[in-house]
Design a protein around this ligand. Sequence first.
Ligand code: KG4
Ligand code: ZN
Length: 342
Amino acid sequence: MSGENELILGIESSCDETAAAVLSGGRKVLSMAVHTQIPVHRLYGGVVPEIASRSHTERIGAVVDEALKSAGVGLNDIGAIAVTCTPGLIGALLVGVSYAKGLAYAANIPLVGVNHIAGHIAANYLTYPDLEPPFVCLVASGGHSHIVRVVDYNRFELIGRTRDDAAGEAFDKAARALGLLYPGGPEIEKLAKCGNPNAFRFHAPFNEGESNDFSFSGIKTAVVNLLHNAEQKGEVLNKADVAASFQRAVADTLTMKSVRAALREKSSVLALAGGVSANSVLRTRLQTECDRNGIRFCRPDMRFCTDNAAMIACQGYYMLRSGEVSGLDLNPSAAEFLSEGR
Ligand code: KG4
Ligand code: ZN
């Protein structure tokens, strides 16, 4: 890569957000553009892959143009392109990767394929200019829940993972059982504000063990069973209490496991990443526990929590800096383990 202040265009299309962003020097965000498909998928209660691919195809040109325009630059000013290539919906990934390849070829600039989870972790670099690896990161998104040892910008080791549902997936499923809209996380958070988090005790016995792994399927099933049994008996439950108690159970589990992992790793920093990092109860719980244990807690600014392209451009910057470039034969892949930055 030529200069420290070179501009990078990031492109993200792994799920239900078409996003582009322009970064200068890896951590300075010049622009962000996002087209969200949430209102369309809401009609079906979740993401419909075929609709997602079509919508990305329709929107990607306009979203990239908007990011360039609001950064006040043209394609000729861009030094490299970073694009999400894994994991995600294969048809959705294909749209971003194909578009990025076309632009890189046309402008004759380097292309780098970025792992979406690595991108979520990099969202913390955008928020804390001084943050550098190594640190421990809790990644909680719609498709993944991991505790990751971030050894270097491009080197990751998985030290904990969910044994079943991802945390965001559990939020989405519990929300559905409560009759709330997709995506469930923000809806549960809103409803829980007027509920009692101690009204019900939802727990999965697995989470009480010594392992760094966690389980959310049991917590979600306990919510579904509670609602189902009440309905059969004709009882009316306070849904805000159910939402608050569920949110508390998930936040407690994520907090306890990740803080313990950071202590075991003797890490002075615990970072949070992924869509669930937008949850204010989780952010507060983690901040409190980290403060109690003398750990620095980092979490992305709200605008970098859910899917965006600034985080992809940031991770792309660090990959390019260490000489990682993808060829025009770059192919997306639906499911790939987080390793070596890809
Ligand atoms: O990272 P993300 O935008 O997409 C994936 O890579 O999966 O995460 C989306 C997930 C969804 O499951 C959504 O319900 C959850 O993040 N989420 C939240 C909140 N905002 C989004 N979960 C809890 N509280 C929130 N405020
Ligand atoms: Zn994501």
